[in-house]
Design a protein around this ligand. Structure first.
Ligand SMILES: [Zn+2]
Length: 435
């Protein structure tokens, strides 16, 4: 039986806006946070697995709202290219050649290792052979919303695109309610790779099965010209006209929004995941995150796949999000560090359809991390803004997901990292890079 966990005498951040609380304890029983408070009320440690929290900050686990985890194999494979050239001339052909069940499992597991090591406790993923990605996340002990990709052309896992909805339905049936950590989902790639009929069927499937619907939206300025049979003058209007935008929909990127699109997304209670580093690296633009938040939109933060970032460290992503919004608006108050932490925790969870993670409170899922504060770049530590502007993923010491310690003192406990690195290095020998 899983032993209860007691974190003693830590500095505690329960959510993005809360004050830091020093000399506190947290207890975890089963998958849930069971209690917290000042050390004066700390329970007897005898029946607990004790983690000493001196010089440690305990905070909610980070939520990576958008990833294509298996693309770790393509890290550094085709850099410094525009989105269209990168995708159509390099990534799609490479995927056709290399995406196989074994590749997805080991590359997703490498991504899991990188994410866990840098404080991510939950990821929303979208790719092909998603059964193998889901297995990799489950084996790693990482919480995941795993979307199976849908496009209107042949891909290795679905050679006949007329079978794409059927394939995803089978994937959902295989995982739904089977694993506390894994939520299957539908991931329609985009309005330029899916016809209106496919988009409508994909959304209907998600709603019928009670799973989340994800889609890339308005990533680049010329997306409108690429959309198959557009129903409206903007990509967002196109999805609205098809009836796709509602509280069971997550749109990724939303960089290029036309008049009224911001209100449309906010009013329909759509979850939005912004990926500032991927958008910056591909030269796509800067999403109007501050305006979306002002309109009440629900915002999450994602890295996107490794090939367009090339890191899965959400601390880097938080720093970039805050600074790009300030730069975009030429205004230092455009987006605060605490708003950014919210995007990477509680708001980020809501943006991908999860309600029970993203903060540390009794009764919530016990997904949290311990940060080593005994480091030059984290001294002094007046408040949580330092997490955005000073910390990095390498400061993460220990990680707990669903009440289970999966990394302790920087060592991953759930699988053999050396084996994963060897496997992916071997897979990479078959990949010919663009350089
Ligand atoms: Zn993406």
């Amino acid at each position: 039986m899983q032993k209860r966990i007691l974190i003693r005498d830590c500095t505690l951040l329960t959510d993005a806006a809360a004050p830091l609380r020093s000399h506190h304890f947290v207890t975890i029983e089963g998958p849930l946070v069971s209690s917290l408070g000042p050390m004066a009320n700390c329970p007897d440690p005898e029946d607990f697995c004790v983690l000493e929290g001196q010089e440690k900050l305990v905070m909610p686990g980070l939520i990576n709202g958008h990833n294509h985890a298996a693309m770790t194999l393509f890290r550094g494979f085709a850099d410094d290219l525009s989105l269209h050239s990168w995708l159509h001339e390099h990534i799609f052909p490479a995927e056709a050649a290399h995406v196989k069940p074994e590749m997805v499992y080991w590359s997703a597991k490498l991504a899991a290792a990188e994410m866990i090591s840098s404080g991510t406790t939950c990821v929303a993923d979208g790719y092909f052979y998603s059964n193998h990605a889901a297995r990799a996340f489950s084996d790693a002990g990482l919480r995941a919303v795993v979307g199976h990709g849908i496009v209107d052309f042949s891909v290795p896992s679905v050679p006949d695109p007329t079978k794409n909805i059927e394939t995803v339905a089978q994937f959902i049936d295989q995982w739904l309610g089977q694993d506390q950590l894994i939520c299957p989902a539908v991931f329609a790639h985009s309005p330029y790779t899916c016809s209106p009929a496919t988009l409508v069927r994909a959304k209907q499937l998600a709603d019928d099965k009670g799973v989340r619907f994800f889609i890339h939206l308005a990533e680049s300025p010329n997306e409108q010209q690429q959309i198959i049979d557009p129903q409206s003058s903007s990509p967002t209007g196109h999805l609205a006209a098809l009836g796709l935008l509602d509280s069971n929909c997550t749109c990724i990127h939303t960089v290029w929004l036309h008049n009224g699109d911001i209100s449309t997304l906010a009013d329909h209670r759509v979850g939005i995941v912004t990926c500032p580093q991927s958008n910056a690296k591909l030269g796509s633009g800067i999403a109007p995150v501050a305006e979306l938040i002002d309109k009440g939109a629900i915002i999450g933060l994602g890295t996107d796949g490794c090939a367009s970032n090339n890191s899965l460290d959400l601390f880097r992503e938080m720093d970039m999000l805050a600074k790009l919004q300030k730069l975009y608006h030429k205004e230092a108050t455009a987006l605060s560090a605490r708003q950014v932490i919210d995007c990477a925790t509680a708001s980020g969870a809501r943006a991908i359809g999860l309600e029970s993670v993203g903060s540390i409170l009794p009764g919530r899922r016990a997904d949290l991390l311990l940060i080593d504060m005994h480091q030059p770049h984290l001294v002094p530590f007046y408040n949580q803004d330092t997490l955005v502007y000073g910390a990095s993923g390498s400061d993460v010491d220990s990680v707990i997901v669903e009440g289970r310690l999966i990394m302790h003192e920087k060592k991953i406990l759930t699988f053999d990292l050396d084996e994963v690195i060897d496997r992916v290095r071997n897979l990479a020998k078959r990949v010919v890079t663009a350089t």
